[in-house]
Design a protein around this ligand. Structure first.
Ligand code: SAH
Length: 229
């Protein structure tokens, strides 16, 4: 599939181009430890989104970005031709930055970036009747998420995954690579399959005082879950 380009008018034609735009977006002003606010860097986000695109999981789809933070994954999905992107984020400050980022790409001429909706809520508050695509509540074709890994709020990652699988049949979710065995058992319990795994070394910037070195990296993997294939 090398060389495949985004065909939707006005959007990005290469992974490198996408990475450049995403790297220029604004990040967290002051990351909140309790909420595990770790941004996905532009290169990693572009790679995840490009894989999604190649597998047919973006073009023309309704994408839900759970725990959207400053919006890098959702904005990128919009740039690659999603039909609609819905960003859900509990932290209003982060969501304001996400809105700025959406305006920025639109003002830079990517005017065909799709309809982007932001919802300032805890993912737990998203009920079926809350929002609609039809009458069934918050539903999408695909969820993309870089959730809290559960180091501050126990099982936060699992709550994100459960919510994601309620929303869509296909879920791209970032987790520590070491969680693979656990996630395989979790998926089996949900009658879902892990169809693909991509591994990354995610830079954790020294946004938090307890980080001693300026940048350290952790091994994370993006897992694609599917309940249909
Ligand atoms: N998706 C972004 C941010 C990842 S950090 C990126 O890839 O860069 C995880 C995000 O989840 C943070 O912005 C945090 O505020 C948000 N979050 C944590 N708990 C949440 C909850 N219960 N409901 C909604 N968002 C939550």
């Amino acid at each position: 599939m090398k060389g495949k380009t985004a065909k939707t008018e006005g959007v990005i034609g290469s992974k490198a181009g996408l990475a450049r735009i995403l790297s220029g977006l604004k990040g967290f002003d002051e990351a909140k430890v309790r909420l595990e606010q770790y941004i996905t860097d532009g290169e990693t986000a572009a790679d995840i989104l490009w894989n999604m695109y190649i597998l047919g999981d973006i073009d023309g789809k309704v994408i839900v970005d759970l725990g959207a933070g400053t919006g890098i994954l959702g904005v990128g999905a919009g740039l690659l031709g999603a039909k609609k992107v819905i960003l859900v984020e509990i932290d209003k400050t982060a969501l304001d930055i996400a809105k700025e980022n959406i305006s920025k790409v639109k003002s830079e001429g990517y005017s065909s970036v799709c309809d982007m909706e932001v919802i300032g809520k805890d993912i737990e508050e998203i009920r079926n009747k809350e929002r609609c695509e039809g009458t069934k509540g918050l539903k999408g074709d695909v969820v993309v998420e870089n959730p809290p890994f559960g180091t501050k709020v126990r099982h936060a990652d699992i709550r994100f995954l459960e919510k994601a699988l309620e929303i869509a049949n296909v879920v791209y979710s970032l987790h520590k690579s070491e969680s693979k065995g656990f996630l395989e058992r979790f998926a089996a319990g949900k009658k879902a399959k892990i169809t693909h795994i991509w591994r990354y070394d995610l830079p954790l910037k020294a946004a938090f005082a307890f980080h001693t070195r300026r940048i350290r990296r952790i091994s994370v993997s993006c897992f694609r879950f599917s309940t249909t294939n």
